[in-house]
Structures are given as C-alpha cells and as structure tokens.
Design a protein around this ligand. Structure first.
Ligand code: SF4
Length: 321
C-alpha cells in the first residue's frame, strides 16, 4: 500500500507526562535496596505497572513474586506502589520477612480514609476497577464496609446497609470526568452520599489528563506510552479520544507503533503514563522523526514539583551506612 506522506509533520508532546512522585519513589526504593542489601530483593507484584521498569529491575537482581508466600523466610520484600491490604502485612510478619513498603503516600491516604470511615460505621462506595491491586489493597482495610463500584453501570446494582450513612472514595488513577459522572449517578440514587475529605484521584493522574486534553484537540493521532495493565495510561487513551483525537493508541514502546497509523497524519500527540520512564518516550520520538515528524513542540499545561521521601524502613538503614 502506498502511504500518503504530508510535507509538514509535527509532534506535540504533553507535559507533565511519565514518572510521578510515587512511581519514582517506588523504583528508587528497589534500586537502593539492591545497593544496600545486595541481590536478591523480592518485590510483591510489579513494583509499578510498566514492563520495561520490571525487566530493568529484574536484570539488577530483583525477583518479582505474586504473593509473599513465594518469598523465602527472613528475606526482604518490597511492597509495590499500589499498596497492600493489612492481611498481606500480617502474612509477611508471620513469615518473618523484612518489609519495605513502597506504597505511594497518596494511596496510603485513601487507605486511611477507608479506615476512618469504616471506624465510624459508614458504608464506603469505592469507585475503581475490579481486580486492580490498588482496589484490592484499599478494600482489604475494611472489607465489611467497602462496596466496589466499577463504573457507571455498577451504580444501580450496589447494595448498602443504610443509604443515610454513605461516603464514596476512589482509586487514585481513574478518569476524572468519568468518576464525576459516576458520583453524580450515585448521588441521584443516594442523595445523602458524602464526598471524601479531599480528591482521591491523585495530582499526577489529574495533571496527565489535563495535559493530554490540550494536545488531543490539535492531534489527529495520540500515542500514549504505557503498559496495558497501567490504569492511568489506559485512561489517557480514552481522554485523548474524548477530547478531539481521531485515534489514540497505547504502546509499550516504539516498536508497537504501526506505520499505517501515520498515513495522512500531520500532527501526532505524544504522552506517557505515570509509570513510564522518559527513555521510552524518546524512542517513540525517534521513531516518529524517522517518518518525517521532526518538528517537536512540548506543550506544558501544569508544573509539577511533588517529591516523596523514600520508605522509612530504607531511609533508616541508608542513614546508618
Ligand atoms: S499515579 Fe498517583 S497514586 Fe499512583 S503512584 Fe503516582 S502519585 Fe501515587
């Protein structure tokens, strides 16, 4: 097939994109643990949802497991940025594992809200995706009080004990617009439903959605770099399509780009999920440049300055060494 190649081709790169403070902290925690204690370091679940990050850490000596029971007794295990339920902490303690908890502080904040409202005997409607690790971890804080609401269609099915004593919380990586719709529908059904004390959808998820909206309106095609188990990356594809991009695709890396996507396209938008290292975006830009997309503009919508300190279990040992 002969491809139509326009003469002027440009790329709009969203900013902010890529690593958020919680992902950076979790990845650095595993790297520092490897340096400090030596390989192997066990990690329960993918430390962050990105294939490249996991492979890179594996090459340095990290061993990824699904459950703590796979970790030999007495060894070090890192809990991922998505958080774990209290049952996982208890199991690790039983097996005498040394734990480093890399749960993002913004996920911990949601856990604390869940504990507080459950302590006051509220039913908690947790908006999130069934089976996602973060949802499992948060639900485990108060399994008798939390009811999962997985999208708009679940609103009519959810059952509560007392419609007058209800609060909603959410996963940190959802679509802001879709969550607002779900909450509005929940409030039609449960007018006394109360809001969380502050946003559960984290700053990084929100900012990346704002940034992709800006480039989507001017792009025929938006490429989102991210793995397909990354919730926030998948939401960026949806948001791009809803805000003007004729097409939007999620790619793990540059090799996943199909040449025919670029046929007849003059402007490509590029962004990346919160668990994606910048080198993967650079490879995508190089691939696009090889197709004549060499006019690259970064479109900054929000400035980000958030940083988190490393997990305290690690900081303590790094200080004394
Ligand atoms: S996406 Fe948000 S909640 Fe998740 S690790 Fe990053 S900052 Fe934390």
């Amino acid at each position: 097939m002969e491809l139509h190649t326009p003469t002027s081709r440009r790329v709009l790169v969203a900013r902010p994109r890529g690593y958020c403070a919680g992902v950076d902290r979790a990845v650095v925690a595993v790297e520092k643990a490897l340096e400090q204690y030596g390989a192997p370091i066990y990690v329960r679940k993918q430390i962050v949802h990105n294939t490249h990050v996991v492979k890179t850490l594996e090459a340095k000596g990290a061993i990824f497991v699904e459950e703590t029971e796979e970790v030999p007794e007495g060894e070090i295990v890192v809990f991922s940025a998505h958080g774990v339920s209290p049952a996982v902490h208890a199991e690790a303690e039983q097996r005498a594992l040394r734990t480093i908890d890399a749960t993002c502080p913004l996920v911990t904040k949601v856990h604390n809200e869940a504990k507080r409202f459950a302590g006051q005997d509220y039913d908690i409607l947790l908006i999130g995706h069934e089976g996602h690790e973060e949802v499992e971890g948060t639900s485990g804080e108060a399994p008798d009080h939390i009811k999962l609401v997985d999208g708009l269609d679940a609103v009519d099915q959810v059952e509560v004990r007392d419609p007058g004593k209800l609060v909603w919380l959410s996963q940190t990586t959802l679509s802001v617009d879709e969550t607002n719709e779900t909450v509005a529908r929940l409030k039609q059904r449960f007018p006394a439903l109360i809001d969380p004390p502050s946003d559960d959808i984290c700053y990084a998820t929100q900012n990346r959605q704002v940034a992709v909206k800006e480039i989507a309106a001017e792009s025929e095609l938006v490429i989102v770099v991210g793995s397909d188990n990354s919730s926030n990356s998948k939401r960026l594809v949806e948001v791009a399509k809803e805000h003007g991009a004729a097409a939007a695709y999620l790619v793990d890396n540059a090799t996943f780009i199909h040449d025919e996507w670029l046929d007849g396209v003059t402007t490509v938008g590029v962004t990346s999920g919160a668990s994606v290292p910048e080198e993967l975006v650079e490879e995508v830009l190089a691939r696009l440049a090889s197709h004549g997309f060499d006019d690259v503009t970064e479109v900054e919508s929000v400035q980000e300055k958030v940083r988190f300190a490393l997990p305290h279990e690690l900081r303590k040992d790094l200080r004394v060494s």
